[in-house]
Design a protein around this ligand. Structure first.
Ligand code: RB5
Length: 142
């Protein structure tokens, strides 16, 4: 189960991500928002981050204008490793090295074609399980 969240800036791009998930038969839970009316991104970032941290959802995808506010907010929740990715290399590397559990993207930064490709890589790349990466991730939790 993939948790989705966005603000007004990310609403349109979320629809493209949903089309991809549905075409792939991937289950998702949409934590909102559900329109382009102005809203506050921390609300949706927190809801998605808590769902992932609790294990209700395996991974999350957060979309705002830049991806930055969403990632800052999500990373406040213990156990969350949210990464802003706007290129394919970063999406692959953050799964392999950081075991990132939330992908954040900015709808004002990239177009839907690249965004969906990044989602595909993020969801289909496994953590490396390398000892050095496990150690570094453990260090993140203090
Ligand atoms: C909203 O205007 C914008 O600030 C938000 O979508 C996001 O980019 C914040 O980081």
């Amino acid at each position: 189960m993939i948790a989705l969240g966005n603000d007004h800036g990310g609403y349109a791009l979320k629809q493209e991500v949903i089309k991809y998930l549905e075409a792939q038969g991937i289950e998702y839970k949409d934590y909102g928002c559900c329109s382009e009316a102005s809203c506050d991104y921390p609300v949706y970032a927190k809801a998605v981050a808590e769902a992932v941290a609790a294990g209700t959802c395996e991974k999350g995808i957060l979309i705002c204008g830049t991806g930055i506010g969403m990632s800052i907010a999500a990373n406040k929740v213990p156990g969350i490793r949210a990464a802003v990715c706007h290129d394919c290399f970063s999406a692959q590397a953050t799964r392999e090295h950081n075991n990132a559990n939330i992908l954040a993207m900015g709808a004002r930064v990239i177009g839907p074609g690249l965004a969906v490709k990044i989602v595909d890589i993020f969801l289909n790349t496994a953590f490396s399980e390398d000892e050095r990466h496990i150690r570094r991730i453990q260090m993140l939790e203090g």
